[in-house]
Ligand binder design. Structure first.
Ligand code: AHM
Ligand code: MG
Length: 337
């Protein structure tokens, strides 16, 4: 019988990649796995459990919060609070970061940033959603209260990042800076198994993913890039294919597997686009670079941006390297229009 590696085994086996770590990062990844399983269970029965729909509240960014947004947020916070690996957490669903200051968190070295339920407008229609996470070592002294500066670190300082995609199957995909590995959940057994080791993204794919409903508000460089995608590719005699789910995790996951580019540009009404740097773009940028791809804001590498706010937004171009290069070429050429 073929031997399948579980996520738990994989995390332990790879602990040696962190010469300074004493197992806290491994334990933290295990806690994220646990919270992900709990969220997965809720999502699977969402249509039955009266947890679909809006909660009636808005988050700090003025977006409607879905009941499941809040449930997922609570599950991640309580799971991570119950264990001692982190000293604080920032989330899309909360204006300020939370500090974990009980005895067990006193010496914790890590902070987490999450989007607990990305693409949540897709839940009610049974379309894939996800959870995105990003992990940093704190820069302030352990034993003192966690600070905003612990969260406002550039993406190139992430020690790990990943996502769960709750799709036709549930998967956990993560990197600790040593390649990207993906694990598929077997609900019968209750474990994630390594299904996609050492993932790489094609340098050039056939898919472009962008909300074209925003076309008239897009920068000229993006409009011109879309036109370029729609021209016939001499190799295939077809234009590129447009695919847009509206869940970043699901669009990213498909493009990672098949090759493609995801773009959420700035618009006339959204000068920095929609996506948030710290818990959406940075983790995805870390993953795509680890898979051999590229992520930028159209001009600058995402991972080199110095954040100034917890919920900072940034235009996002992410995916196959040559496709992002080409999109940047158009951005540069039309930057004054
Ligand atoms: P969310 O975190 O509130 O769900 O918002 C982020 C989502 C992304 O998953 C997705 O790519 C994007 O918003 C879709 O936005 P739009 O509907 O404007 O295309
Ligand atoms: Mg999101």
């Amino acid at each position: 019988m073929q031997r399948h590696t579980t996520l738990g085994e994989f995390i332990i086996e790879n602990q040696k990649d962190f010469p300074y770590a004493k197992g806290e990062l491994s334990a933290l990844l295990s806690s994220i796995r646990l919270a992900g399983k709990m969220v997965n269970q809720e999502i699977n029965k969402a249509g039955l459990a009266n947890i679909l729909g809006s909660s009636g509240d808005e988050n700090v960014q003025g977006e409607q919060q879905q009941k499941l947004d809040l449930l997922a947020n609570d599950m991640f916070i309580s799971t991570l609070r119950n264990r001692g690996e982190i000293c604080g957490l920032g989330s899309e669903e909360m204006e300020d970061f939370v500090e974990f200051n009980d005895e067990i968190h006193k010496e914790s070295k890590y902070v987490v940033l999450i989007d607990p339920l990305d693409g949540s407008s897709n839940i009610d229609v049974n379309v894939s959603v996800g959870t995105i996470f990003s992990i940093y070592r704190r820069v302030s002294e352990p034993g003192t209260p966690v600070q905003l500066e612990d969260f406002l670190q550039p993406g190139n300082k992430q020690v790990a990042a990943g996502y769960l995609v709750y799709g036709t199957s549930t998967m956990l995909v993560y990197t600790t800076g040593n390649g990207v590995n993906a694990f598929t959940y077997d609900p019968g057994i209750g474990s994630f198994f390594l299904s996609h080791p050492k993932m790489t993204v094609k340098p050039q794919g056939k898919i472009y993913s962008i909300n074209e409903g925003n076309y008239v508000h897009m920068p000229e460089g993006v409009k011109q890039y879309i036109k370029w995608c729609q021209e016939l590719d001499p190799a295939t005699n077809r234009p590129l294919t447009s695919r847009y789910i509206g869940s970043l995790v699901a669009d990213f996951h498909r493009n990672l597997l098949k090759g493609g580019i995801y773009i959420y540009p700035r618009g006339t009404k959204a000068p920095n686009g929609k996506l948030r740097l710290l818990y959406e773009c940075n983790p995805m940028a870390f993953l795509i670079e680890q898979a051999g791809g590229k992520a930028s804001d159209g001009f600058t590498r995402i991972l080199d941006i110095d954040p100034t706010e917890l919920h900072q937004r940034v235009p996002f171009f992410c995916g196959s390297r040559e496709m992002v290069d080409k999109a940047e070429e158009f951005m540069e050429r039309f930057k004054d229009e």
